[in-house]
Write a protein that binds this ligand. Structure first.
Ligand SMILES: NC(=O)c1ccc[n+]([C@@H]2O[C@H](COP(=O)([O-])OP(=O)(O)OC[C@H]3O[C@@H](n4cnc5c(N)ncnc54)[C@H](O)[C@@H]3O)[C@@H](O)[C@H]2O)c1
Length: 390
């Protein structure tokens, strides 16, 4: 039986809470709440949801884990210098950033030598203490930490009992993103993975979520080049045009750009970026794709895509586009959307994977159509069903 509406407070626990996306999300909610900016870019503000079903912006309370100790306000100032957060807005929300910063705990780093069982217990406890301190009815854990390298398959990933046995032996079978997801599930919290890291995408983790009766969503937010691809690819498909190659060059600065300069970590991102085209246009499309770190670009990103396609009588044609986006300003409102939707899904009694939220992700959790139009329709249906359930 779902509990009463509306909830008093919903906790949003950010993994990577001092990063650019997290900082912009916290700053953005504070700015909208204070009436300094409107909610442009926030999809939940336009969805067909009955009043009171989604937590209001003033009900969200942020906290999180990070391995960096640069205060949120300092990072927000850097983002302001970079033109991401307007300086006039920053002056009005400094106290909100400091209050959130005080709720950030030390994250998990494998090199610190903390065993996995102890780490899960500590991370779970941190989140429970946060929920109690801010009097939150429920907590959504959102992963916006640095992208990890892909993991090697391990038999312990197959089911929860095997995973727990391996962890109890102290075996290092989970990357940090999955430890965080397991900590969230153990504490009865829902989970959103906005990164291409493995996170909850293992059979054992799915089982953990279902047993804990909590929902999760992922993976890897669709905010820039991949968003445009998801809108454009169905056009070629439905017009019976044959796409021969789709080449993409991404120039990226900021912390994410620096992380993705690592060849192993970037392979997780490249995988999720090509997936959508494969699923809409088939596996024959040649997709050379690379991401270059350009420190000078700061929080901004340029993507140049070159699409070669074939029409009637085999006539060859080309299309090119350039996308110039502010990474965190594109991602931050979606963090808020996802936190609100997943909290409402949890409150409605849903558990396990939420593929209905694939509109937001590069690598959705099921094999459903990946064109943006059908994904948006599915999201609207899902939002409307939330009002029915509660
Ligand atoms: N900005 C976008 O449009 C977008 C789109 C899709 C996905 N993403 C993903 O979101 C994530 C965040 O992006 P960003 O631009 O904020 O990056 P960022 O580098 O600014 O922030 C990442 C944060 O994660 C922290 N971190 C690293 N390891 C950690 C750990 N083990 N535990 C806790 N915290 C840890 C870092 O200290 C840092 O503060 C990245 O994985 C990125 O790929 C971003």
């Amino acid at each position: 039986m779902p509990d009463a509406l509306p909830p008093r407070r919903v906790g949003v626990w950010l993994i990577g809470a001092r990063g650019s996306v997290a900082t912009t999300a916290v700053a953005g909610v504070a700015a909208v709440r204070a009436g300094l900016r409107d909610s442009t870019g926030m999809v939940t503000e336009q969805l067909p949801v009955a009043a009171g079903v989604l937590p209001g912006l003033d009900e969200l309370v942020f906290g999180g884990h990070d391995v960096s100790d640069t205060p949120l306000l300092k990072h927000a100032e850097e983002l302001a210098d970079d033109g991401v957060i307007p300086a006039s807005v920053l002056r009005g929300i400094a106290d909100d950033l400091d209050a959130t910063d005080a709720r950030i705990r030390v994250g998990f780093r494998p090199e610190d030598g903390e065993g996995p069982v102890a780490a899960i217990a500590r991370l779970t406890r941190d989140i429970a203490e946060f929920a109690a301190a801010v009097d939150a009815d429920r907590v959504v854990v959102v992963n916006v930490a640095s992208t990890e390298a892909p993991v090697t398959d391990d038999p312990a990933h197959a089911d929860l009992a095997s995973l727990q046995a391996a962890l109890a032996e102290g075996r290092d079978v989970l990357p940090p993103s999955s430890l965080y997801a397991l900590a969230a599930f153990s504490g009865g919290c829902s989970f959103v993975d906005f990164t291409p890291s493995v996170g909850p995408r293992l059979p054992a983790l799915d089982e953990a979520a279902r047993r804990a009766a909590v929902p999760y969503a992922g993976s890897d937010g669709k905010t820039g080049e991949t968003l445009v691809k998801a809108a454009l690819a169905p056009m070629f498909a439905t017009r019976a045009l044959r796409v021969r190659s789709w080449a993409g060059t991404n120039l990226l600065g900021g912390g994410d750009g620096a992380t993705l300069a690592d060849p192993e970590r970037v392979s997780s991102k490249l995988r999720s970026k090509v997936e959508g085209i494969e699923r809409v246009l088939g596996g024959d499309v040649v997709q050379p794709l690379h991401i270059d770190y350009v420190p000078d670009m700061g929080g901004w990103k340029t993507a140049w895509d070159h699409i070669a396609f074939e029409g009637f009588l085999g006539v060859k044609m080309r299309m090119q586009f350039t996308w110039e986006g502010c990474d965190s300003a594109l991602a931050a409102p979606l963090i808020v959307d996802l936190a609100r939707l997943v909290a409402a899904a949890h409150r409605s009694g849903m558990s396990g994977a939420l593929p209905e939220l694939s509109y937001f992700f590069k690598a959705p959790l099921d094999d459903a159509p990946v064109d943006l139009g059908s994904q948006y329709q599915r999201l609207c249906d899902f939002a409307a069903s939330l009002s029915d359930d509660t």
